[in-house]
Design a protein. Structure first.
Length: 493
């Protein structure tokens, strides 16, 4: 190889080496950057996914209190020991029974203790908690985080919302800041502070699982559902958002064991604050009522009533001479708006009506026979105990008739209608295997309506059924005891 060729080879070799060096340096820089990002990424994820609660707890935890109650109960020992027999005083056994058995048969008192939580809402000692925490308590003791203890008195309690307002004699107390539950978002971090099982100032965290949750037998509270660990003793304690604002009062859990199972429910603080204001001013809560029983609308019911979608509250019973009756509201009306507020689900109506001042005149929009109708109703006041006595029908009459739904129906006599307090309806004599049994119709039910029509005879019922096309949903208004409800079913034959 000549000199010129060697020089060219050397030049190419140097060039390749330079390129390889640059590539190696670039690759090394890239690896270093990736390693740096990898070291920083977990910390960033930790900062976003697991927020630091320490500052919130230090700043606002001092306003959370422990509540212990004592209830004196009396029990007669005769429940465990036989009472002293009726023996004449001159009997040789009289002195024996008087001396040794009478002390056991005398009534005795014992203390029942319970624990809960609460939080201070004013510097002069007003505290919010759950009504069930202080219910029937003879003594209430409030313990602050600085270990001071005070006797408390109940200003008022509302069992419908499970809210109680109590007060201690103290000044310059730390207080919580009220937040806005409407701004809560599902998935948002929240924390609870309370005294589960008596362990004071316990902090647990989780997220908002759902909002506006309706629970059985709870008509006036749109609960906040969370997965925050709540246990006995947490009741009445605050639910904080990440800004340190109280957005709810921890009230209930869903559990098959008595302990936490991942489902906790809190009363929105705006509901609690309104109740507390009324308790402070009047010692009781005044609620509106219109005198109707309602049912949730489903897609099947909406189809039966020719409504565009499942919305509103379906009226299944109207109290005679009540506010709704006087306003012209009828069974089978679907209440879509009350006082210009949309009724998205049936549970919205009791809450909105309950928050309406008794005596107010408000507009009500109802869906009736395929069109919207606007009515005016004067809101009444909910009595302290609004209950009814169940009635039962006895005896049989008339001619039984089987239908394609798998039912044996019987027309009612005048005396039976009077006994039930109704003007029309058919008695379900038997339920055979078929559509109705699968839908939940039971023997002894009274069928009051078929879609939009009152049912007054078996002939009328069968005619409506025959006119229903296969594949269509129908809604039967069924009275069971004192409760009326619509039951839907699809005609498939």
């Amino acid at each position: 190889m000549d000199t010129q060729t060697q020089l060219h080879s050397k030049s190419r070799s140097d060039s390749v080496a330079a390129v390889a060096y640059e590539r190696t340096r670039w690759f090394g820089t890239l690896v270093l950057c990736l390693l740096l990002l990898a070291s920083l990424l977990p910390a960033q994820l930790r900062a976003q996914g697991l927020p630091d609660f320490t500052g919130l707890v230090e700043k606002h935890g001092q306003a959370v209190v422990n509540i212990s109650t004592v209830q004196m109960q009396q029990i007669g020992a005769s429940q465990f020991f036989p009472e002293m027999p009726n023996i004449p005083e001159d009997s040789p056994f009289y002195e024996f029974f008087r001396r040794y058995m009478q002390p056991f048969s005398a009534p005795r008192k014992y203390e029942s203790r319970s624990l809960g939580s609460g939080f201070i809402i004013s510097q002069d000692g007003y505290i919010l908690t759950n009504a069930h925490v202080v219910e029937s308590a003879d003594e209430i003791t409030v313990k602050l985080t600085d270990k001071r203890e005070f006797s408390a008195q109940v200003i008022g309690a509302d069992r419908q919302t499970d809210i109680a307002l109590i007060k201690i004699e103290a000044d310059d107390l730390p207080t919580v800041t009220q937040g806005n539950p409407d701004q809560l978002k599902v998935g948002e971090w929240v924390i609870a502070i309370g005294s589960p099982f008596g362990f004071e100032s316990t902090v647990t965290a989780g997220i908002v699982s759902a909002k506006g949750r309706s629970l059985a037998q709870e008509s006036y509270v749109p609960f906040i559902q969370t997965d925050v660990a709540i246990n006995p003793g947490n009741s009445g304690g605050p639910l904080f958002n990440m800004r340190g604002e109280v957005v709810g009062i921890n009230s209930q859990i869903y559990s098959r064991t008595g302990g936490f199972m991942g489902l906790s429910f809190a009363i929105p603080i705006d509901v609690a604050a309104e109740v507390a204001n009324q308790l402070k001013l009047h010692g009781r809560v005044s609620r509106g009522r219109i005198g109707v029983m309602i049912q949730e609308m489903t897609e099947e019911l909406a189809e039966s009533f020719n409504l565009d979608r499942a919305r509103g509250a379906l009226v299944v019973s109207v109290e005679k001479n009540g506010p709704a009756d006087e306003a012209g509201i009828k069974v089978r009306d679907v209440i879509l708006k009350f006082d210009d507020q949309d009724i998205a689900v049936s549970s919205d109506l009791p809450r909105i009506v309950g928050n309406t001042k008794p005596g107010s005149k408000v507009s009500v929009s109802v869906w009736r026979n395929g069109s919207t109708k606007k009515l005016m109703v004067k809101v009444g006041e909910m009595p302290a105990d609004d209950g009814e006595t169940a009635r039962q029908i006895q005896g049989k009459s008339g001619d039984a008739s089987s239908s394609r739904l798998g039912l044996a129906l019987r027309e009612l006599t005048a005396s039976q209608k009077k006994q039930l307090g109704i003007e029309y309806g058919l008695l379900v004599e038997e339920v055979y295997e078929g559509i109705a049994g699968g839908a939940g119709i039971r023997r002894g039910d009274i069928i009051l309506g078929f879609n939009n029509q009152d049912i007054k005879s078996i002939k009328q019922f069968n005619k409506l059924l025959d006119d229903t096309k296969k594949g269509r949903n129908i809604a039967l208004l069924v009275k069971r005891g004192d409760v009326a409800t619509f039951i839907t079913m699809k005609i498939d034959n």
